[in-house]
Design a protein around this ligand. Structure first.
Ligand code: SF4
Ligand code: SF4
Length: 137
């Protein structure tokens, strides 16, 4: 039966990685170590995995077609994250603020916004035999 063990703490420096990697090493059953630490995914330093593939992760961000845009401001009104600002002759998209909700695309009366992929990272997949390994790369 598949078992999932989660090692978590809100505070850094408490030994999560040490405990998790050692548990992975001594587990009697086949293990897949998944490093979900968004700030310091350091399990690889202990397990020294061979990375077999890197899967890029992307999100959609809006791109404005200036041939269609009338600078009406409806996209900026619709955006709850203040990720679009409409100026008299340009539309600024703040990609770091964008939540990829697609609201601006729906709100645009001119169909002047299309979505484009923006790579934000990757998942690395490999192994430190016999341990399977995944982490944000
Ligand atoms: S809603 Fe569409 S037409 Fe209006 S400013 Fe935004 S992109 Fe341009
Ligand atoms: S996709 Fe959503 S969050 Fe991003 S700019 Fe458009 S409305 Fe704002």
């Amino acid at each position: 039966m598949l078992k999932k063990i989660v090692i978590a703490s809100g505070k850094g420096g408490t030994g999560k990685t040490t405990v998790a990697t050692n548990l992975a090493r001594v587990a009697p059953d086949p293990v897949c170590y998944v490093d979900c630490d968004v700030e310091e995914p350091n399990g690889h330093l202990f397990l020294n995995p061979e990375i077999a593939k890197r899967i890029p992760i992307s999100v959609k961000v809006p791109r404005v077609d200036y041939d269609l845009c009338t600078f009406c401001g409806k996209c900026a009104e619709a955006c709850r994250y203040n990720a679009i600002a409409v100026l008299p002759k340009s539309v600024m998209v703040f990609e770091e603020l964008c939540h990829s909700c697609g609201g601006c695309v729906l709100a645009c009366p001119e169909s002047a916004i299309r979505e484009e992929s923006r790579e934000i990272g990757a998942v690395e997949v490999g192994n430190s035999a016999p341990i399977g390994f995944l982490r944000e790369g």
